[in-house]
Design a protein around this ligand. Structure first.
Ligand SMILES: C[S@@+](CC[C@H](N)C(=O)[O-])C[C@H]1O[C@@H](n2cnc3c(N)ncnc32)[C@H](O)[C@@H]1O
Length: 221
């Protein structure tokens, strides 16, 4: 059979993937239910599944932007036994609730360290928890700061580490149908960020069109 190169995956394919996969554990479902009415932005479930898969074999992970700990939990579930995560978010009310869901998932408190500070301040202060080397870094906080997070993260990455960043397609505002619309600062930052990493020789990177667009970069070290 000839391959149809014009075909792109549609909603039926995404539904089929979700139906074929292991159902999310109860605390993941609880976070999804809590985040929606409170309008707390979290990665979508398909992105969560990608995070878990990419966390396999990655013992030390750093995350910028915790919120209710949904992406943190997917990462923790994908990590090997003995893996650890440092996650940064200045919003303690959110991260305290995240801790409750991690506990429900059976994740020991000492596996996940929360740094309650703005990420750039925490990096600049030389917070001991943020000392590298990390095997995976996930960026999902303030969009205009993404490039600055990467500069702080690079010296903390192990060779071969993965750099991940969410929202790099920004619901079609970066490219696609809304790609030429006038931009707010978040959109402006994301329009610059993705292409800059794709051309950054420190990484071998691409963008997966999953969820809101997930940048995946392998650090050449
Ligand atoms: C998109 S949410 C994170 C969602 C989470 N990664 C998930 O998918 O479950 C962004 C979070 O970044 C946090 N944030 C805001 N300013 C920040 C900063 N300067 N440094 C780190 N996190 C920040 C917000 O409090 C918010 O909870």
């Amino acid at each position: 059979m000839k391959l149809d190169r014009d075909w792109i995956p549609g909603p039926e394919d995404l539904d089929w993937i979700e139906a074929a996969a292991e159902p999310p554990i109860a605390p993941l479902l609880a976070i999804e239910r809590a985040a929606e009415p409170e309008r707390v932005p979290i990665v979508d479930r398909a992105t969560g599944r990608v995070l878990a898969a990419l966390a396999a074999g990655r013992r030390r992970i750093v995350e910028v932007g915790t919120a209710f700990g949904y992406s943190t939990l997917w990462l923790a579930l994908g990590q090997p036994d003995g893996g650890s995560i440092v996650t940064i978010d200045p919003d303690r009310e959110r991260t305290d609730r995240a801790r409750g869901w991690w506990r429900e998932a059976g994740i020991a408190d000492d596996r996940i360290t929360v740094v309650n500070a703005p990420a750039l301040s925490a990096f600049a202060a030389g917070d001991a928890a943020l000392a590298g080397p990390f095997d995976l870094a996930f960026v999902d906080a303030l969009k205009p700061e993404y490039a600055a997070y990467v500069e702080e993260l690079v010296p903390r990455l192990a060779p071969g580490a993965l750099l991940l960043a969410d929202n790099v397609l920004w619901s079609g505002r970066v490219a696609g149908p809304r790609g030429s619309a006038p931009a707010d600062p978040d959109t402006e930052a994301l329009r610059a960020f993705g292409p800059a990493v794709l051309r950054d020789t420190r990484f071998i990177a691409t963008i997966l069109p999953v969820g809101d667009g997930l940048l995946v970069g392998g650090y050449r070290g």
